[in-house]
Ligand binder design. Structure first.
Ligand code: IPM
Ligand code: MN
Length: 366
């Protein structure tokens, strides 16, 4: 494998800006090691609605199917907010992509360098050494996808709408396995988050997770927490968590909270993996920043590119097996931030630089 074949879906808002410098950085570090990039760009989200009339054109899906991984930017923005909900970029592109490739495991590292503790809204004394945790979120089940999901007019003139939260034992076990593997490579502690005092799906979740770890991974310390408490604990003492394991919607909410507790969504990357393997026999995955399109700064060239670049590093690690190169990129970003070169979202008193300067500083450390 000398040429890395992946699909590039920049999307909307700051997506294209941060994607551009990411590809430059990946290209540089890969060519140093004798690799080249075979990237195919495809429209997605609002950009695809404008170009092709739909958020996820068939041609884009085909390009992804023919690739070994997907590097995704972000989708959505004010321009498309007046469309019917089912046609909006987020719902009509990202969710079907996750479902199509059965990307059930969403891995979101919550990492805050000690040098950046001032960027966290938490008091420094709560996180003197920064934060290091991971959120493992189930991504293709639960209330996002359960059927029925509908809106109906009632005979008495009232209207009702409903979503269905549903989980199978097999879906819970396969995401528990991902949490276990993640924990084994870290602090060997998993906290499973649910709402078993209210929800039937959560009762099953807790039962299955408990049995799974007892049988397969007795060496991992497993704990359980209700989601409301977990939200509170994340804001109180995030470092009590090593690996946080949870279902789709709880994970959506908690990972945003983890993001801000870690300083800025501009630093948060993610990987979404499934059971599928690519042509190299590695996991096929979609890699995207956890933050959104940031319409307020889109087009200004000031967005923090780190989350996108770090997502690229995760892609090299998981889908291409290039762990050393991924480490080099992560190290270069860490050094750049530590040296004080920072975009506005993480500047905190220091002079802030634009996307270009940030990228150049990272490039110079590679
Ligand atoms: C995320 C996003 C998505 C989600 C949206 C854009 C559909 O918030 O990846 O966390 O809810 O999963
Ligand atoms: Mn979210």
């Amino acid at each position: 494998m000398k040429s890395l074949k992946f699909a590039v879906l920049p999307g909307d808002g700051i997506g294209p800006e941060v994607m551009e410098v990411t590809l430059e950085i990946l290209g540089k570090v890969l060519s140093d090691e004798g690799y080249s990039i075979d990237a195919t760009h495809a429209p997605v989200g609002g950009a695809a609605i404008d170009q092709a009339g739909e958020a996820l054109p068939e041609s884009t899906v085909k390009i992804c199917e023919d690739s070994d991984a997907i590097l995704f930017g972000s989708v959505g923005g004010p321009k498309w907010e007046s469309l019917p909900p089912a046609q909006q970029p987020e719902r009509a592109s990202l969710l079907p992509l996750r479902k199509h490739f059965q990307l059930f495991a969403n891995i979101r590292p919550g990492l805050l360098y000690p040098e950046l503790v001032a960027a966290s809204p938490l008091k420094t004394e709560r996180i003197p050494d920064g934060i290091d945790m991971v959120c493992i979120r189930e991504l293709t089940g639960g209330i996002y996808f359960g059927q029925p999901k509908e809106r109906r007019d009632l005979d008495d003139g009232d209207v009702e709408a409903l979503d269905t939260m549903v989980y199978k034992k097999s879906e819970i076990e396969r995401i528990a396995e991902v949490a276990a593997q993640t924990a084994l490579a870290r602090g060997k502690r998993v906290c499973s988050v649910d709402k078993a005092n209210v929800l039937t799906t959560s009762v099953l979740w807790r039962e299955v997770v408990t049995a799974f770890f007892a049988e397969k991974y007795p060496e991992i310390e497993l704990s359980h927490m209700y989601v409301d408490n977990a939200a509170m604990q994340l804001a109180r003492d995030p470092n009590q968590f090593d690996v946080l394991l949870t279902e789709n919607m709880f994970g959506d909410i908690l990972s945003d909270e983890m993001g801000i507790v870690c300083g800025s969504l501009g630093m948060l990357c993610s990987a979404s993996l499934g059971l599928g393997t690519n042509s190299l026999g590695n996991p096929f995955g979609l890699y995207e920043p956890a933050g959104g399109t940031a319409p307020d700064i889109a087009g200004l060239g000031v967005a923090n590119p780190c989350a996108q670049i770090l997502s690229g590093a995760m892609m090299l690690r998981f889908s291409f097996g290039l762990n050393d190169i991924a480490n080099r990129i992560e190290q270069a970003i860490k050094e750049t931030v530590q040296a004080g070169t920072r975009t506005g979202d993480i500047a905190f008193g220091l002079e802030s630089v634009n996307t270009r300067t940030m990228a150049d500083a990272i490039l110079s450390r590679l």
